[in-house]
Design a protein around this ligand. Structure first.
Ligand code: PRT
Ligand code: MG
Length: 212
């Protein structure tokens, strides 16, 4: 059996067309079922539904043979025990620094003020500000980062932006672009050796379906 870990929502939706090219069709809609293990049209392939941040952990420890995870999630996880053969070019967005539209970020940086930054991405954020020589105090959050500058919890956030509508709706503006984000295929290193006959053709078929 080959087990593929996916998270519900955009990653599931955007991975489906790639699987289809590889001849794999998932039988059930994750939004409609309560099942966490979904069969496919191939008796030897199943999909497990996990939280986006748990995908690398499932694959690392062999709870799944392969999975799809955002670069943001992989950088925070560290990628230990994972082979990352493909950038799938899906679930694209960017990671940015944002502040309230009335906060003068450039002036604060210039003055050398310590800036309070709320984020789910503490590893990436710590590295980014260290590289820039900006002094920050990081506050770890697990969601709704946009609220932090509005409530006075933080001066800035590091978060993902795709359309930019969430920032606008909350009177926030992007002040620094940290990196482009897309999702990657991750494979358990031991599974790649033990199940090579099945995994290699599957990886190659998915590779052939990637859109530029
Ligand atoms: O939602 P949940 O807490 O279960 O988990 P999750 O947020 O980790 O999962 P999900 O499915 O929302 O995101 C999975 C992956 O999709 C992420 O790890 C990213 O790699 C990728 N991705 C692509 C995004 C976005 N685009 C995105 N726009 N993840 C989150 N967002 C959020 C962003 O954090 C912000 O709150 O959408 C909001 C901004 O969107 P715009 O369009 O208003 O700019
Ligand atoms: Mg989400």
């Amino acid at each position: 059996m080959i087990t593929l870990a996916l998270s519900k929502g955009r990653i599931f939706e955007e991975t489906l067309p790639l699987l289809k090219v590889a001849g794999i069709e998932v039988g059930e809609d994750p939004e409609k079922t309560r099942k966490l293990i979904l069969p496919t049209n191939r008796a030897d392939v199943q999909v497990v539904l996990v939280r986006a941040t748990d995908v690398p952990t499932y694959v690392q420890y062999g709870g799944a043979d392969l999975g799809v995870a955002g670069k943001d999630v992989l950088l925070e996880h560290g990628g230990e025990g994972l082979y990352q053969p493909l950038d799938l070019n899906i679930a694209k967005c960017r990671m940015s620094v944002a502040v309230r539209d009335d906060y003068d970020y450039a002036a604060q940086v210039k003055q050398g003020t310590r800036i309070r930054v709320a984020t789910k991405y503490t590893t990436v954020a710590r590295q980014h500000f260290a590289d820039k020589g900006v002094h920050v105090d990081l506050i770890k959050l697990y969601g709704s980062m946009e609220l932090a500058p509005l409530t006075g919890l933080a001066d800035a956030i590091v978060d993902l932006v795709s359309t930019g509508k969430t920032l606008v709706a909350n009177h926030l503006v992007e002040v620094e672009h940290i990196m482009e984000i897309s999702s990657r295929l991750v494979v358990n290193q031991a599974a790649l050796k033990l199940k090579r006959d099945k995994l290699r053709p599957l990886i190659d078929a998915i590779a052939s379906a990637i859109q530029p």
